[in-house]
Design a protein around this ligand. Sequence first.
Ligand SMILES: *[C@@H]1O[C@H](CO)[C@@H](O)[C@H](O)[C@H]1NC(C)=O
Ligand SMILES: *[C@@H]1O[C@H](CO)[C@@H](O)[C@H](O)[C@H]1NC(C)=O
Length: 260
Amino acid sequence: MESARLWIHSLLFFIFIIASLYVLDTLVISNRLTTHYQNIQLKKQPQLPLRFRSDGTFKILQVADMHYGNGMVTRCRDVLESEFNYCSDLNTTHFLRKMIHIERPDLIVFTGDNIFGSSATDAAESLFEVFAPAIESGIPWAAVLGNHDQESTMNREELMSFISLMDYSVSQTFPMDPMEQQPMTNIDGFGNYNLEVRGAPGSYLSNSSILNLYFLDSGDRAIVDGVRTYNWIRESQLSWLRGLSKRFQVNTITGTMEAY
Ligand SMILES: *[C@@H]1O[C@H](CO)[C@@H](O)[C@H](O)[C@H]1NC(C)=O
Ligand SMILES: *[C@@H]1O[C@H](CO)[C@@H](O)[C@H](O)[C@H]1NC(C)=O
């Protein structure tokens, strides 16, 4: 009799435990473990290939030395005392947005010191903020690094990988080997690549690369013979540039200028 009651108690207890686990799982845990596919964000691709407009123009907006820190809390440097309280990184954002709106370029190119290490406490956050106007515009954009970009929380390779994964970015960490169709990692620096611009739509050059833009990483700092100085473009980078340039020239001469 005693043992039968004990057995029923155990069974009820067991059922209670199972029921509790079931409720916990369906109401709390599974929601947190499931990946909701609509939350996965893929990189937004710009309209490619880059090409000249029908009127024969191709407009590039070049932006350098934004020295972006933490947005509103990062004050402007080198402004009048009267402007100091009313000037922050947000003015840079405002100015860039206005320039893009006025000029409607075909490509935006950022040539270094995009973020400023000593004011940027989180490199990723600052990158999102500094490139926001370009991303909002949906216009393809490319960036290289200056000597200040890596002074925050990412090294130069991490910065370029991150930048190349941002929406509408056509930046690359390494150049593509035209023969192997693989990134050439055995080159000095991060952010060496080239972008081809094709002829106007409908023209006989519409499938050909008629302008080639080379991006080179000029490095950050260096110490030479005990003297602090800036880094420089290395032989491996020049050799890549010369090789690629020769390919384009050969193709032009033989009249087989193909986009690849
Ligand atoms: C920065 O932007 C604010 C807000 O638009 C403006 O009032 C201020 O004059 C700007 N400062 C400078 C130095 O342009
Ligand atoms: C360019 O390539 C497209 C697609 O392959 C083709 O239809 C078109 O005729 C080509 N145009 C020229 C000018 O070669």
